[in-house]
Design a protein around this ligand. Sequence first.
Ligand code: NDP
Length: 335
Amino acid sequence: MMRWALIGASTIAAQYMIRAMRAQPDGEVVRVVSGSAERGAAYAETHGIATSGTDLDTALADASVDAVYISTTNEKHFAQAMAAIDAGKHVLCEKPLAMTLADAAAMVRAAETAGVVFATNHHLRCSGSHRAVRDLIAQGRVGRVLSLRVHHAVYLPENLQGWRIKAAEAGGGVTPDITVHDADVTRFLLGEDPETVVGQIGETGLGQGVEDSAMSVWSMPSGAMVMSHESFTHPFAGSGVEVHGTEGSIFARGVMTQNPVGEIELVTAEGREAVPFDDHDLYVEGVRLFAEAVAGRGQPAATGWDGVKSLAVALAVREAALSGVRQTVDYGDAK
Ligand code: NDP
């Protein structure tokens, strides 16, 4: 039995996560904590959640709550996660974990000390498509990886055009929002951590005081080069990830998404081949692996340290763009 408290009456919980928690054989959502009593109550009613409230400590004092899912705006994650860890709850936290690397690392260390499971909700690791790409690379189907290109310039839906495009203090901007995902996908696919980055950011139509677009190039320890493009302003660009190696290329189109969609093609000297992949729900799989980890079986799809590292890359991209100076990614003491 896993009983969840939601911290944050968010869109992502409404659209994907509540369903993912309830899709587990023994998953229940028992509470929601909101900054507004009225919004929390309305949210609880809409989603059939028994209890709502504005006081985090009250929710954390509920001994029947096993785990919390934090999906408030980004500047709130740190204090809420620390309180939950302090109360002995397991934590599934949204990306970016925090506003600074030091805060993110402190959260993960606190969870280790407390002996609770702490995970980052990097859902793309849970997709059949990304797993298939990773398997092709691991099987040597493209030979030595020379480069990877991430295409993640999308159009931010109107209902999400709030804090993301105008509130730097709430962690707005495309680098904390999407570059973190691309950093995690790259680490997941290649099994190595970006070393240095150069980049550019800009406001191209939606951003008001925060960047809505970013392009960056990362060097990897193996010598592979990574090109990453994120945006909120591109209605028709489509998304994808390409991996190019000495023996082949992988084109995964339409896969930088919340749903199990897209297509993968492997191109080698033998020709072109469509690569099948599993179409399970990404978020259901993420919650399943989290629950398994709580039960003592394995690790969550993305650990806390994975969340620290994806944040480190995103912060380096923004700093490289702002300073015009190549940055060495600072992972602090991340494992
Ligand atoms: P929302 O803007 O929907 O929710 C964030 C907070 O905004 C909520 O906690 C809520 O505050 C408040 N809020 C929500 N709706 C309203 C409203 N109508 N009026 C006033 N306030 C409102 O954000 P998202 O769900 O898009 O993102 C939340 C977090 O999840 C972020 O950290 C984001 O990065 C992450 N995320 C992750 C995704 C993934 O796939 N891993 C996908 C999307 C988001 P309160 O709780 O106080 O009621």
